[in-house]
Design a binder for this molecule. Structure first.
Ligand SMILES: [Zn+2]
Length: 315
């Protein structure tokens, strides 16, 4: 299977080999034989990353940056291993995420609380720490220089408070981590892409998510690169869908707020029904059971995230 996807403007996606094929991507920007990775996948992703560099004939010494959209482990779990493999790279990460890359213990604990101890060990292995001297904190509008190509970091909370998105000034395209939803290529229908919100625990913030989506659109990007998964286009219409979904998700959570012990299951079922309505309207012909299989993990995490939001929200 081809693990390296080539887009325009020296932009690539590498399959992170996370859980299933085409679930998580690591993006790569190449300018004048210098390289920047956006997100790191996990430790298991490293062989694909090295193979991609070899295929593109880029020595590991030419990797200038590893940029993390946020420090959830499907995006940042392999960062320590990457930094060891790339001797000249600097790590770019949100100021709220930086200390967790120096000392990953709280990150691991947080993930264990969401996924369970066993699953974290199986999915991520040993999370390697990164020397503080190699880390650059990405404050809002930090400009990163990749061989003269500007990569602009934007503070984009809503999915997580430690989330940035990156505007590539050369192409005008944006790297959106998890703030612009997830979109799996297997669901593409007539060349169109289906998109869904992600509200993974524990920092979903609907108002911030609306604002971050609008901020990204204000750059009028022609394409976005989602960690889950790869390039999408027609962003203004996708943004309308995402804005509507933020409101629908909040309505589902609020509806089930006081139902007691069943709350999580009822929120998850509500999200599943919404998903099936949306995707049928979109025109996807796959069976409901197949669709639900693709999104099982998202539905579970989204429901958990909405539960945490309800508990922390004084409404
Ligand atoms: Zn993610």
């Amino acid at each position: 299977m081809n693990k390296l996807i080539c887009y325009e403007h020296g932009i690539y996606a590498i399959d992170a080999d996370y859980v299933r094929p085409n679930l998580a991507a690591i993006h790569l920007v190449v300018e004048n034989e210098r390289a920047a990775f956006i997100d790191s996948g996990c430790n298991d992703s490293i062989p694909n990353v090295l193979a991609a560099l070899q295929e593109l004939r880029i020595p590991v010494e030419n990797v200038d940056y590893v940029i993390l959209t946020h420090v959830h482990l499907d995006h940042a779990g392999g960062a320590g291993a990457m930094m060891r493999a790339f001797p000249n790279a600097r790590l770019i990460v949100h100021p709220r995420g930086a200390r967790h890359m120096v000392d990953p213990s709280r990150l691991i604990e947080g993930s264990e609380a969401v996924y369970g101890v066993e699953a974290v060990r199986r999915l991520y292995g040993e999370i390697l720490p990164i020397e503080a001297t190699r880390i650059v904190e990405a404050t809002h509008e930090l400009s990163v220089d990749l061989a003269g190509r500007e990569l602009l970091c934007l503070d984009t909370p809503g999915h997580a408070k430690h989330h940035i998105a990156i505007v590539d000034r050369k192409s005008g395209h944006v790297f959106t981590g998890d703030i612009f939803g997830v979109s799996y290529r297997e669901l593409d229908t007539d060349g169109r892409q289906f998109i869904i919100l992600t509200t993974t625990p524990v920092q979903f913030d609907p108002a911030a998510m609306h604002a971050s989506i609008d901020l990204l659109l204000s750059y009028r990007p022609e394409a976005a690169y989602l960690t889950h998964f790869g390039q999408i286009k027609n962003l203004p219409e996708k943004a309308i869908e995402l804005h509507r979904m933020v409101d629908d998700f909040v309505a589902i959570a609020m509806r089930e707020k006081d139902v007691g012990a069943d709350r999580h299951v009822r929120i998850r079922d509500g999200l599943a029904n919404l998903l099936l309505d949306d995707i049928k309207r979109f025109g996807c012909q796959l069976a409901s059971t197949t669709i639900l299989k693709f999104f099982a993990n998202d539905l579970e995490l989204n429901a958990q995230g909405l539960g945490v939001w309800l508990d922390s929200n004084q409404t």
